[in-house]
Design a protein around this ligand. Structure first.
Ligand SMILES: Cc1ncc(COP(=O)(O)O)c(C=O)c1O
Length: 390
């Protein structure tokens, strides 16, 4: 049979059926697995044969979720973690050591920023922030001990883009591990491996679940690198719960459909906001006015579900807008079926200094919308009345 399309793989990749011949994969809520005899136990522990030992190491539900993500991202191997931040940390801590240096694109999620600035320096792993606006300058930041290039595209929350082709070439030239946080796009929209990514990480809490239910993360990439991640995680313990992995594997069955509708709704909302007199500026990768529209066309199939915009006025206008919303949720998550509006300066990026926030475009009047799957007429109606009433 010809190789299946990704949409089909997201649905059809499945663990082996049990003797019950169930259609849908059952949950394997067990901490450990039994052996028929001492020799089977010895050889499994010694990795002389394949087999589950303990759910901190492997579990059938986790394996199914990881197998799907490996296939969808087009990589060799993966390891699932309890959260996206565990995936971010494991992808660095497992692969780098004291004295190593990382090039980090400055436009990243707030907690990742804390990892680079407060946690990794404790172990002597240093970083240099490079600007998303000037990718040509990145090479001058490479040092003799640079080992990794870490990026997020589109970035959270400003929806800026990194040219992955250019970044991948730079990483190759200097032997850097190219690590891409693909949380905002998912493999349904872009595949970093096509641009030489060595490691791809996800917060599965976002679009991979897509319904705001469970936390999760996954580190994917080259087998030799993922072997290191596995060894690190097996002993340090950031494993995902089998229940969460079961939910996530089910969620992936609808990923491609959901991402299509998220993108369709987001583009309609972005166009609407662009024409609104109460709005200063809108950023969305598939709007012609996005400064990196050409890059979006090159590496993304659609614009994704996140729109950022600046409301006309000051901080108070942004706060009034949020308080006026009647349907959209004020919550920390993104990538849900339900439209979510957040104010990055006072929430996800509050730990950055004001200068740091401004350097990545987070002004007090910046708002981030994770556009959901409700009827777009209802989404626009709620946002419209909230702008008008402010
Ligand atoms: C781009 C990005 N990476 C990583 C994370 C962290 O994921 P989690 O909350 O699952 O730990 C987030 C969370 O918002 C994110 O937006």
């Amino acid at each position: 049979m010809a190789e299946q399309r990704d949409e089909t793989k997201a649905i059809r990749i499945q663990s082996d059926r049990t003797h019950e011949k169930e259609h849908s994969t059952p949950m394997y809520l067990t901490s450990s697995f039994v052996f028929d005899d001492a020799e089977e136990m010895r050889t499994t522990f010694a990795a002389e044969r394949e087999g589950n030992i303990y759910s901190r190491f492997t579990n059938p539900n986790v394996k199914e979720f990881v197998d799907k993500m490996v296939a969808l991202e087009g990589v060799e191997a993966g390891y699932a973690t309890a959260t996206g931040m565990a995936a971010v940390f494991a992808s660095i801590a497992a692969l780098l050591k004291t004295g190593d240096h990382i090039l980090v694109c400055r436009s990243i999620f707030g907690s990742s920023h804390t990892v680079f600035t407060k946690i990794l320096p404790k172990w002597g792993i240093t970083h240099t922030y490079v600007s998303i606006d000037d990718q040509d300058s990145w090479e001058s930041a490479v040092e003799e001990n640079s080992k990794m290039l870490f990026i997020e595209t589109p970035s959270n929350p400003a929806v800026d883009l990194v040219d992955m082709e250019k970044a991948g070439k730079l990483a190759k030239k200097h032997g850097l591990i190219f690590n891409v946080d693909n949380c905002f796009s998912t493999p349904a929209i872009q595949k970093p491996v096509e641009f030489s990514a060595d490691i791809i990480i996800h917060s599965a809490t976002k679009y991979l679940d897509g319904q705001g239910r469970v936390m999760g993360g996954v580190v994917l990439g080259r087998k030799d690198l993922i072997d290191e991640v596995y060894t690190f995680c097996r002993s340090t313990g950031p494993a995902i719960s089998p229940f969460n992995a079961w939910v996530l594997s089910k969620s992936l069955e609808t990923l491609y459909l959901r991402m299509e509708r998220h993108s369709e709704n987001a583009l309609k909302l972005a166009k609407y906001l662009e024409a609104h007199p109460g709005v200063e500026i809108v950023k969305y990768p598939f709007l012609l006015s996005h400064p990196q529209y050409e890059i979006a066309q090159k590496q993304m199939k659609s614009g994704g579900g996140i729109v950022s915009f600046k409301i006309k006025g000051e901080l108070k206008d942004g706060v009034d807008f949020l308080n006026n919303l009647k349907m959209c949720s004020l919550t920390a998550n993104l990538g849900d079926t339900r439209t979510i509006v957040s104010h990055p300066a006072s929430t996800t990026h509050a730990k950055l200094t004001e200068d740091e926030r401004l350097s990545v475009g987070i002004t007090p009047n910046l708002l981030r919308i994770s556009v959901g799957l409700e009827n777009i007429i209802d989404i626009i109606a709620d946002i419209d009345q909230a702008i008008i009433a402010k």
